[in-house]
Design a binder for this molecule. Structure first.
Ligand code: GAR
Length: 304
């Protein structure tokens, strides 16, 4: 259970202990304060007392937990946690639909993966009506395409679907503000790399913890790292006489092709394969799996 919580909140053991301590101390402070306030009213213990007590502790709980989180160094965590609870409560009350998660797809190539992801987002959105809500609880959409290559095929795809494009420039991406303001302007919640070859700077990773994923056209940890992209990967796989290759979907960390693996799928490599034929097999796997993995990740993240 503790391992699950650590993964869900993306924290280490020490932080998990501090978070649990904050819940416990905040809860006790809330109960104590609630009782003290009711004592001042002079009310007898009874149904009204219990009702007032429940209302009071519901109102006091966020305040008490936030207060305790300050000395325990967990204010940032609880601020987000309480904000998310509030958001969930209000969105369910209003229309029974959770808010739509906004994705930015970073792509600088032909954009075939981006296109499949856009198509999938639309079909999931369409399915997510009141009758289907039990199956699909989270709506998501591609709200922005981020690209660093003028003329890339993905730009045409974005324009066909009426999706805004943010063109980025290397120096600013690596050093400056990493385009955070622009991503916030489009209210981006989750980032998907689909044929994007620049390393993601730490500031962006910190802003989107466990919310940036990449697809790599080989079975990591082999055939990854700087300079390993597209046909270069397939050439290496064939030169090494591998009998299998495949795709890896993983969280993005500060190293190339290195973060925690979420999903892999395999295909065979035959003697007659060359980089081009292998690329085709890999694309088939990518198109079949990437949108599905994205959807299930978003469902899980939103439920947690
Ligand atoms: C995909 O095969 C993806 O795995 C690869 O670029 C291709 C983009 O194709 N990514 C990398 O090599 C990252 N290291 P697409 O533009 O048609 O989606």
């Amino acid at each position: 259970m503790f391992e699950k919580l650590k993964a869900r909140w993306n924290v280490n053991t020490t932080r998990l202990v501090l978070i649990i301590a904050t819940f416990a101390l905040g809860g006790s402070l809330c109960g104590y304060t609630g009782r003290k306030i009711l004592l001042l009213t002079g009310l007898e213990k009874g149904v009204i007392w219990v009702l007032l007590y429940i209302i009071l502790i519901t109102l006091l709980w966020p305040l008490c937990v936030l207060l305790i989180s300050i000395p325990l160094g967990q204010f940032a965590f609880f601020k987000k946690y309480i904000y998310r609870i509030g958001k969930k409560m209000t969105s369910h009350k209003k229309n029974n639909h959770p808010p739509t998660i906004k994705l930015a797809v970073f792509a600088s190539g032909a954009g075939s993966n981006a296109e499949k992801i856009i198509a999938a987002s639309k079909s999931y959105l369409n399915k997510n009506n009141d009758t289907d809500i039990a199956k699909q609880t989270t709506n998501w959409e591609v709200a922005l395409i981020v690209c660093n290559k003028p003329g890339a095929g993905v730009l045409k795809i974005a324009s066909n679907h009426g999706i805004p494009v943010l063109m980025i420039e290397k120096k600013r991406f690596d050093n400056g503000d990493n385009y955070l303001l622009e991503l916030k302007k489009f209210k981006i919640d989750f980032i998907v790399l689909a044929g994007f070859l620049w390393k993601i700077p730490p500031a962006l990773i910190n802003e989107y913890p466990k919310k940036i994923i990449n697809i790599h056209p080989a079975l990591l940890p082999k055939y990854g790292g700087a300079g390993m992209y597209g046909s270069k990967v397939h050439e290496k796989v064939i030169a090494a006489n591998e009998k299998e290759s495949g795709i890896t979907i993983h969280y993005v960390d500060e190293l190339y092709d290195h973060g925690e693996i979420i999903f892999q799928a395999k295909c065979t490599v035959t003697d007659s394969d060359n980089a081009e034929t292998l690329a085709k097999k890999i694309h088939v796997l990518e198109h079949a799996h990437y949108p599905v993995v994205i959807n299930s990740l978003l469902q899980k993240q939103n439920d947690s």
